[in-house]
Design a binder for this molecule. Structure first.
Ligand code: SF4
Length: 78
């Protein structure tokens, strides 16, 4: 499976990369990443279309990352 950072459709600022069944995102702690691993490429594609491309505000990982920045303020050591 090849991992690609390219997508002209994904709008989420926390997107890092993806492959057929996984989406890699910015992690919830400094210098980390998290990934969602789906049971099928179809399910992954549906999630990506619904959340990463259009409604990323409803994605739980987006919300956690957003809160991380809210709580961090200027403290980037977290
Ligand atoms: S919408 Fe969620 S899964 Fe998609 S790139 Fe953003 S944080 Fe990751």
């Amino acid at each position: 499976m090849s991992i690609s950072k390219d997508s002209i459709f994904i709008k989420c600022p926390f997107f890092k990369a993806h492959d057929a069944r996984r989406i890699f995102c910015e992690g919830i702690v400094k210098d980390s990443s998290v990934h969602l691993s789906f049971m099928s490429a179809d399910t992954k594609r549906q999630y990506e279309k619904k959340h990463c491309e259009h409604g990323y505000g409803s994605c739980p990982i987006y919300k956690i990352n957003e809160r991380k920045y809210d709580e961090m303020g200027n403290d980037t050591s977290v």
